[in-house]
Design a protein around this ligand. Sequence first.
Ligand code: FMN
Length: 196
Amino acid sequence: MDKVSIGKINSFCPQALFMYGTYKEDGTPNFGLFCWFSYCWDSELGVMASIGQRKLTIDRIHASKVFSANLVTEQLLPLADYLGHTAGYTPGKMDIPIAVERGAVLDVPILTDSPWVYELEVNQSIPLQGNEVFICKIRNVLAATELMDETKSLEERMKSAAPVIWESSGAGLYYTLNPVPKGMTGDWKDLFRKEQ
Ligand SMILES: Cc1cc2nc3c(=O)[nH]c(=O)nc-3n(C[C@H](O)[C@H](O)[C@H](O)COP(=O)(O)O)c2cc1C
């Protein structure tokens, strides 16, 4: 495969999207859109979230040390795009018709219509230049009951979750997933093993 060296970009590397929820000083919720989200292991499953520049979400995480991460779905995409393009410092950002509840374990706002929500507590934070990485403990996962329905196949449940992914070429594009199972973990594990 011919290749070219290019700049430091992450095109063609799909990213899951989450809306992070925090409570503002006055107790009302704020949400922003985030893609620099991944997982880590620290004696149990944890979350790594990278947040850059000055923004309300980071201020509120500093103040409360907790936030929610709400999976973006096809249905929630217009809301997510709005939240990702409107600074929390803009008056009235959250004067919008959305259903918000309180977390089951932490004092964090969560989006009623997101089918997969992490309740996160910051365990460690790593300041970078103009950015910060938060290593978080997952205090709870709130999952839509449909996603836990074992009478349905995983493929069916993945389709019903309908997560949206984002890829950052140009201005960036959102994509839906058309989940087609391609095999189970381990199906090819012996492919290149030498005979013992
Ligand atoms: C697709 C998309 C992904 C984004 N991902 C991140 C991210 O991972 N980290 C970050 O700091 N900002 C990210 N942003 C920018 C924030 O969503 C944006 O600054 C938003 O205003 C933050 O909300 P807040 O000001 O209420 O905190 C992203 C924006 C978009 C459109």
